[in-house]
Design a binder for this molecule. Structure first.
Ligand SMILES: NC(=O)c1ccc[n+]([C@@H]2O[C@H](COP(=O)([O-])OP(=O)(O)OC[C@H]3O[C@@H](n4cnc5c(N)ncnc54)[C@H](O)[C@@H]3O)[C@@H](O)[C@H]2O)c1
Length: 314
């Protein structure tokens, strides 16, 4: 039976059918929270029993307003997004309609529905462009180099304007590169999932650029922990990463070892909008939210490979 709508302790999760959203829903359900899952797509595996599953596009103003008015959640976790840098460069209108306008509509509906906390999952890796100094902090000047980064930044700014002075407090989570079990290996983002699935299937693996690009890879359970903390801790904007940069080539090598993959990577031209090096200082998340990463890269990659091995298509 689905959870009744209209309970004040309810959590509404947008993007619930996605990679991070699925993990967040599972965690909230484990903690006994009534959950409303909102997404334009169906989940790839069914939600746990009791989750109220809404098939809604956040670009649909009226449907979003109705859903919020009916659910009256205490917390909105906003994860629904066009989440690929590459797609954002090819289809900027789609990216902006989803990530900016969709977010604005959701925020206005949240205020009208008396939501207490709005947790926005932004990005830590796409706001600063190519940073002059590393690690980046919340004080690093913003200068996005992709439409995705620009739309996430715009969404942050509009949320601050629209929620400021309302009864709905805003918390912004800015994660690094999230990886872990159940990430979509068929998309254009999520190098760990793409590499792991292709290696296990014995297929060629492509690295865009020369493999020296570095990112801050943070395990999905750790990011979910930050997102959950952001709902109750003092509202703030916090970077969520490990503080370490890992090259694409190093990710390739560890995954090749874990999967027994013997072929070399195929190298292809860099993609527009991709940056060379970034890693994040999460001191503020530790001080404000009591958050720190718990999963080492080696453990996280091993768990991810185990999951893909167990869920490989027959
Ligand atoms: N995966 C990462 O490395 C990463 C890093 C930093 C930030 N983020 C952010 O975290 C959030 C979750 O990312 P993810 O990796 O789970 O992405 P994902 O693509 O797996 O999930 C996004 C979900 O949003 C849904 N969605 C897209 N457009 C929608 C619309 N118009 N209406 C309703 N639902 C819509 C999709 O159906 C999908 O289920 C996103 O906001 C993303 O920008 C992700």
């Amino acid at each position: 039976m689905a959870a009744p709508l209209g309970t004040q302790a309810t959590a509404l999760v947008t993007g619930a059918s996605g990679f991070v959203g699925g993990h967040l829903v599972a965690r909230l359900v484990r903690e006994g929270m009534p959950v409303v899952a909102l997404d334009s797509a169906a989940p790839r595996t069914p939600f746990p029993a009791g989750v109220h599953d809404l098939r809604i596009d956040i670009r649909d103003h009226d449907a979003v307003a109705r859903a919020l008015a009916e659910a009256r959640p205490a917390v909105v976790y906003h994860l629904a997004a066009q989440a690929s840098v590459a797609i954002s460069m090819r289809e900027p209108e789609l990216d902006i309609a989803t990530n900016v306008l969709g977010t604005v509509q959701l925020a206005r509906a949240a205020v009208a529905a008396g939501v207490q906390r709005f947790v926005f999952v932004s990005t830590g890796g796409a706001l600063c462009g190519e940073p002059a100094t590393l690690p980046v902090t919340e004080h690093t000047p913003v200068a996005p180099e992709s439409v995705y980064g620009a739309s996430k930044l715009a969404a942050e700014r509009y949320l601050a304007l629209l929620l400021g002075g309302s009864g709905t407090a805003l918390a912004v989570v800015r994660p690094g590169n999230i990886y872990g079990p159940a990430q979509n290996p068929h998309g254009e983002a999520g190098v760990v999932a793409i590499f792991a699935a292709r290696m296990l299937a014995g297929e060629p693996v492509t690295i865009f650029g020369d493999g020296s690009q570095q990112r801050d890879y943070v395990y999905v359970d750790d990011v979910v922990d930050a997102i959950v903390r952001a709902a109750t801790a003092p509202p703030d904007t916090c970077l969520v990463g490990t503080g370490h940069g890992t090259s694409t080539r190093a990710i390739f090598d560890v995954l090749a070892r874990l999967t027994g993959y013997a072929r070399p990577p195929e190298l292809a031209a860099e993609r527009p909008g991709d940056i060379q090096r970034i890693w994040l200082d999460s001191t503020r998340a530790r001080e404000r939210w009591g958050w720190q990463p718990r999963t080492t890269l080696e453990d996280g990659l091993a768990r991810t490979v185990d999951w893909f091995r167990a869920h490989a298509a027959p």
